[in-house]
Design a protein around this ligand. Structure first.
Ligand code: ZN
Length: 497
């Protein structure tokens, strides 16, 4: 049914999306090619764009269109009904944030990101601290503007994982932590005496790019609608409905490092590609949450990419590209990429230790946002928590509290979604294996279409039609539970036993 208010609302959202994707393009450029001296002006550009987008969306007319469209009687399950419901929610939040505050945050983040890059390189927390103080003030202020019931952190968590609460995630993590610690101890012991399994490099960057591109294309990435560039912190961003940008970094000593980044980021891109294109930028064409987004990257990276079947299929090609692999086997590579080891860096962590990195960040960030600790306390608090959870003494802050980019872009409330993604990925993969006949045999022969098709239907196409937990229930027939993830981790350890 036609409704003039709905049509005006959607036309405005298309404009907001145009500005948002321009910001994304400038962000992508900042991470890839922007000269250092250009950073302050880039900050002005991004601040102006986010201010304009905010003003366009929070215009009182938009509120009137939403109100009128909400009274038009759309079926709540229809595309229109879902879009109006979510836009109401987003509008209510956005109108609580003053435009000057939104611009100020964008400007702070641009400068903070540049400072973080230097601080991390120089292992110098003091260089980042004043920026982090401003970012923390803004995060607390944002929560206060948005409002919350129990915890300031709830307001920030909900922006990344709609419907999630600090108490719910906190209880989940508290229940997981002891089991994970036991699994990590068992896994680290099982792998302690493994020899070096990867033949020595160098693995030339150019050849890594060739191999990665073949793998990305095989699982469904379209190079006519995307690119892979180089950065220090790999990511995937969408600049338009047919423009998906992945970035990567290369370790000449180990080609599998960039390979798993590509599998991960391609997983994110496949989700974005699978969203309904005619709804681009609207709730029905947007990801359900970051926890669902991360389930897609983790599924391709870990459940597909870290399987023995993956290496049995890709080994010959890898060996043709990297002659030093001649003396090794698919089993050895598979063990190499699954080795369980306590290490400092989250993005390099194996699957078994990974969630402990997240639990630390969630607990620390919650304490910071709620004012239990201040920025000056972060290095010591981080190191103490790391020693307690992982049993390792952090040697310098670039191995500790300076390692992640998130705070520098104001991404408070983000980290928990990584572990939610791991949990969702395991549950989705188990469901796909039950529902798609012969799935594992197809994966073993390098056929990924059936898996992608199942994910498209059950996870990608619904967009934001359901809350993340409801999407999971519908896709898998079960409520969200860490059981599939934990049994996978336990199984992994037994493979080394
Ligand atoms: Zn990710």
């Amino acid at each position: 049914m036609a409704d003039p208010a709905y049509d005006q609302l959607i036309a405005r959202l298309r404009e907001v999306t145009l500005l948002g994707t321009m910001s994304s393009a400038l962000h992508w450029d900042q991470e890839t090619y922007l000269p250092k001296a250009a950073t302050p002006y880039r900050g002005d550009q991004l601040a102006w764009l986010s201010g304009r987008a905010h003003a366009l969306f929070t215009d009182p007319e938009v509120g009137e269109w939403i109100g009128s469209a909400a009274r038009a009687g759309f079926d709540p399950e229809s595309t229109e009904g879902v879009n109006v419901r979510w836009l109401q929610r987003q509008y209510d939040k956005a109108t609580k944030l003053p435009g000057t505050f939104v611009e100020e945050c964008a400007k702070t983040q641009t400068m903070a990101n540049a400072a973080w890059i230097e601080a991390r390189r120089e292992r110098d927390f003091a260089r980042f601290a004043p920026h982090l103080e401003a970012l923390t003030r803004q995060a607390r202020q944002r929560a206060d503007y948005l409002g919350y019931a129990d915890s300031r952190y709830d307001a920030l968590l909900d922006e990344h994982e709609p419907g999630a609460t600090t108490s719910g995630v906190g209880a989940l993590f508290d229940s997981l932590a002891p089991t994970l610690s036991e699994l990590v101890a068992a896994g680290a012991e099982a792998c302690a005496n493994l020899p070096v399994l990867l033949p020595p490099g160098p693995y030339p960057e150019e050849t890594q790019r060739v191999f990665n591109a073949e793998v990305a294309a095989a699982i469904g990435f379209d190079f006519d609608a995307g690119r892979i560039d180089t950065t220090t912190h790999p990511f995937c961003t969408t600049l338009g409905p047919r423009d998906h940008r992945i970035t990567n970094r290369y370790d000449p000593a180990d080609f599998t490092s960039s390979l798993y980044c590509i599998l991960h980021e391609t997983g994110h891109a496949l989700y974005e590609i699978g969203l309904p294109e005619d709804q681009f930028g609207l709730p029905c064409g947007s990801a359900a949450s970051l926890g669902i987004h991360e389930s897609q990257s983790r599924l391709w990276e870990n459940h597909v990419g870290r399987s023995l079947a993956f290496w049995e299929h890709w080994f010959d090609r890898a060996q043709a590209l990297f002659p030093q692999l001649a003396g090794t086997t698919p089993e050895a590579l598979w063990q190499h990429v699954n080795r369980i080891e306590r290490t400092f860096i989250r993005v390099e962590a194996d699957e078994v230790t990974y969630d402990l990195h997240i639990i630390l960040r969630f607990r620390l960030e919650r304490a910071l946002v709620e004012g239990e600790i201040e920025v000056a306390d972060i290095p010591a608090t981080w190191n103490a928590m790391f020693a307690e959870l992982m049993g390792l003494q952090v040697d310098h802050d670039s191995h500790g509290c300076l390692q992640d980019v998130h705070w520098s872009f104001g991404g408070f409330g983000y980290f928990a979604t990584y572990s939610l993604g791991n949990i969702n990925a395991a549950q989705l993969m188990a469901a796909a294996t039950r529902q798609v006949a012969g799935l594992q045999a197809q994966l073993a022969s390098g056929q990924y279409r059936a898996l992608l098709g199942w994910l498209r239907e059950h996870v990608h196409q619904p967009g934001m039609r359901h809350f993340p937990v409801d999407l999971m229930q519908r896709a898998t027939g079960q409520p969200v539970s860490p059981d599939a993830h934990l049994s996978r981790l336990a199984e992994k350890i037994s493979l080394f036993g």
